[in-house]
Every structure is written in C-alpha cells, then in structure tokens.
Design a protein around this ligand. Structure first.
Ligand code: SF4
Length: 352
C-alpha cells in the first residue's frame, strides 16, 4: 500500500470538486438523521435514479420516525415494492422503533450506540454520523473501496470481509475533520461518477494523488475474487383465477427470501415432472385452460430463478390450497408484491 503524502491538498481537491460537481439529490438538502438513514438504506444495492422516487414517496408517507414506527407492515412493504431486499425495510422500521422507544426519538450520535440499532451496519452508521452530525467517521462501501484501492494501490481482496477494516483505517487517516460529511460524500460521489469500474481518470479531481493511475494499473483494481457460481432454479408460477375472476395468492413466510410479500402459487421444477403433475402434487388441485404468459430470469444475490409463468383456471369443485386466498383485481393491485410477481401481474393486465 502507498500513502498519500499531501493529505491536506488531497482533501482540498476532493472537497472543492464535490462542492462544484455534486448531483442535486433530495437527501442532500437535509441534515435530518432519519432522512439520511432512510436514503442510505435505500441506496444499498440500488441505483440512485431508482431510489429518488422511492425516497420521496417514503418521506411523504412517513415524514417522522414516529410515523414509520407506527406503520402497518403491509403499507411499509407496499412503499418498498420493487426496490428489492425487503429485509432492509423491516430492519429500518425495527431500528426506528428502537430510537423512538429507547432514545426519545433522537437518532444516537455515537458509533457505539447507533451500531446497536437493527439493520445499522458500519457503513450506514458512518454515513448517518458524518452526514447528519458531522462526526468524523468512516463510511466504507464497495464504491469507496474501489476508489481507495486505486488511490493507494491496495491489493487486498475486497471479497474477503476482513479487508474492509484496512479501508476503514485508511479513511479515518485521511478524513477531513472539519467537514467529514462532504469528505465521505465526495468519495462516494467520485466512486459513483468518475472512479467507476471503467474509470474516467482524465476527469478525476484527485488524479495527481492516485498511485494506480501513475502506474497505469487502475483497471486492475480493486482485487475481487469471483463469487462461487450462482445456483439457478427453474420455477413456474401460476396466476390462477376462480369462476368469479378472482386471483389466488398467498403471503410468503415472515422470514427468508421476499418475506411477507404476496405471490401466486409457485413451484420449483427440479425433478422433471410435468407441470400438471407438480401442481397436483404440491397444491392438490387440477387446473384448466393453461395459458403461458412470460418467461424471464430473476436474479437475487445468491440464486437465480428461471421463471416461467402461466395463467390458469380453477373450478369450484377444487379446494382452495392451504394458506391461499382469492383476491379481486383491486385487492391484488394493493398487495405488496415482489418484482417477479409484479412482472406477471403487469402482463396479465396488458392482456385483459
Ligand atoms: Fe480513480 Fe482514475 Fe481518479 Fe485514480 S485517477 S482515483 S483510478 S478515476
């Protein structure tokens, strides 16, 4: 690892660029720790452009921590619908409830206390502390690791969790104590707009300080070993109507993948049986008028669903499978659904 010798000059270059070029994002016009917290949770694994409308709707609906603490889970999930990683929403609400109940509605301003809140990891803690409270604390995510690995030629594998500590120490050494908010946001902004996987070094405000650039090695960094291959699961989903034209759905379990969201009956197709056989085996019903809808892939962080979807009918002679209920079109529309179910539902609406 190299070191940056002229730290003050480095900070000045980064901060003046940030103040000049920063994107006007809704959460940058506030220092309310709750709003910053919401934005940081939404931004995990999700692009800024996608987050903006979600953030605005969320803050409109739950303008205070008390409002979010009191919110019904279905309303919360509906607000998060399409954003993915739904446990983030539940953890955010649980963390906010802790603040309301145990901290008199004030988000704690020390790393020790804020880190005890549900869903608040080292990155979110550092982001809220530095941006809302001006506390010089590191906020290291994948973007920041990419930038710092290039600036300082850090060749440790960022896929290994303990490597993060190296970057946290480096940021703590460099951080601007007078304006840690702009320093951290400047690094994030640089990673998001200039020091991207294909870096735009000729536009970079800190190029003079960048070891990887001087050695022509910027595209080799960060070092990140490949994840093991992703498991692919073939899945079939059935949008089943009764004779009144209502749709059969169930709520997924409260824990695990897509917890608490609503779905059409779904089966994994791993054993080579035909669709009607599988439906009979799993739900003990016989379906009529099978129509194929959409085929698509849905990629989670660790598995991919290779999804086939169908529309079908169920007669009154059949018993509703356990855990399922029929819903009218309007009710289906209002239920919080995961992205694959939304895609199928949109396709059904297009065809009607
Ligand atoms: Fe990243 Fe290039 Fe700037 Fe170095 S010079 S920090 S590699 S954009």
């Amino acid at each position: 690892m190299q070191i940056i010798k002229k730290k003050e000059e480095f900070r000045e270059s980064l901060l003046s660029w940030y103040h000049r070029e920063k994107r006007d994002l809704p959460w940058r016009n506030t220092s309310d720790p709750y709003y910053i917290w919401v934005s940081e949770v939404m931004l995990q694994q999700t692009r800024v452009d996608t987050v903006i409308p979600y953030y605005e709707r969320f803050i409109d609906s739950f303008p205070t921590m008390e409002a979010l603490a009191d919110a019904d889970e279905n309303d919360l999930l509906k607000m998060w619908e399409g954003l993915g990683y739904y446990s983030r929403a539940r953890n955010l609400q649980a963390g906010v409830r802790e603040v309301v109940e145990s901290y008199g509605g004030e988000v704690p301003d020390t790393r020790k206390e804020i880190s005890t809140l549900k869903g608040v990891g080292p990155y979110t803690a550092g982001a809220v502390l530095s941006i809302a409270y001006g506390v010089p604390e590191h906020a290291v995510d994948g973007n920041v690791m990419r930038v710092m690995s290039r600036l300082l030629l850090i060749e440790d594998d960022i896929a290994i969790p303990r490597t993060k500590k190296i970057f946290e120490d480096v940021v703590m050494d460099l951080i601007d104590k007078k304006d840690p908010s702009s320093f951290n946001q400047g690094l994030m902004e640089l990673g998001a707009t200039i020091c991207t996987p294909k870096p735009k070094c000729l536009l970079c405000p800190v190029r003079d300080f960048c070891t990887a650039f001087h050695e022509g090695r910027q595209e080799e960094l960060p070092v990140k070993t490949k994840k093991t291959t992703m498991k692919v699961i073939p899945v079939a989903s059935f949008a089943i109507q009764n004779e009144q034209g209502e749709w059969l759905l169930r709520q997924r379990p409260a824990k695990g993948l897509l917890a608490g969201l609503w779905e059409f009956p779904m089966i994994e197709l791993l054993d080579g049986k035909t669709l009607p056989e599988k439906v009979k085996e799993q739900f003990d019903i016989e379906l009529e008028e099978f129509v194929e809808l959409l085929s698509f892939k849905h990629i989670f962080s660790h598995i991919t669903w290779e999804m086939k979807s169908f529309k079908a009918r169920m007669t009154e002679a059949e018993t509703i499978p356990k855990g399922f209920k029929f819903f009218t079109n309007q009710e289906v529309e209002a239920l919080p659904k995961p992205v694959p179910v939304i895609k199928i539902w949109e396709e059904i609406k297009r065809g009607e």
